[in-house]
Design a binder for this molecule. Sequence first.
Ligand SMILES: NC(=O)c1ccc[n+]([C@@H]2O[C@H](COP(=O)([O-])OP(=O)(O)OC[C@H]3O[C@@H](n4cnc5c(N)ncnc54)[C@H](OP(=O)(O)O)[C@@H]3O)[C@@H](O)[C@H]2O)c1
Length: 249
Amino acid sequence: MFDFTGKKVLVTGSSSGIGKAVALEFARHHAKTFVHASRSMEKAQGVCEEIRKEVPDADVVPIVADFLKDDVADVLYEQTGDIDILVQNVSIQYRVAWDEITDEQFADQINVNLRSSLKLTQKYAPYMKQQKWGRIIYVGSIQQHQPHPMMAVYAASKDGQMSLVKNLGKQLAPFGITVNCMSPGTILTPRNEKVLEIKEYHDACLAGIPAGRLGKPADCAGAVLLLASEEGSFINGVELLVDGGAHLL
Ligand SMILES: NC(=O)c1ccc[n+]([C@@H]2O[C@H](COP(=O)([O-])OP(=O)(O)OC[C@H]3O[C@@H](n4cnc5c(N)ncnc54)[C@H](OP(=O)(O)O)[C@@H]3O)[C@@H](O)[C@H]2O)c1
């Protein structure tokens, strides 16, 4: 159904987990896809190789940029040039109680999860405006709806990001640009592999998902492609939850 021929897409944090699954689907659907890792070019190259094994004619380009650095938007832009679709998927998550979180941990999460979303949009939206076509998708979280005692600041950063989605969705709509959020529930990725090995935690997560299973990274990819597609051009300023119904409980 979806065809991204001629489109360039940057999926940040696509060296792992959800971003990697999203990058694979964009490549499968003919987008030129920038595969991004934080610091290791070898890691980004390795993911490009994996994608080429599945999609032999994939147009995938490895890049690196550290979101903890102030110049992340410039560093990314130097490697990608203008793009049509931005998927801002990188986040930092510290599992720390609200009354123990340090200033540094607070700043990292707000800078990476919220401030970079704005900085990247500032960098990439001008070309989209000029082209009168663009798609901006931020990756949110079920945490925006279900308070977790160890992730108050992480959730606040994602809520702030959703506020940007609504505000920028309204402001950029006249230029043919949509701004949306895809919020995963519990998805089994390297980020939470360890904690999900704890049986009690795993079972408690499962009990909170009406679908009766944890999510897979691939579950998120179709939702992102829909938001990025021509077919999704009338969807703007929304949060699309991909959580097996967890927000219903
Ligand atoms: N997994 C879940 O259950 C879940 C639930 C709700 C929301 N989410 C959201 O989904 C998104 C992806 O999560 P995931 O579980 O797929 O994570 P993941 O497997 O841990 O992957 C994280 C990605 O972000 C990159 N990254 C981390 N720190 C970075 C930094 N300082 N600079 C640049 N890149 C950095 C990593 O790059 P390197 O590997 O190269 O360091 C990697 O590509 C995040 O926004 C997360 O908040 C996930």
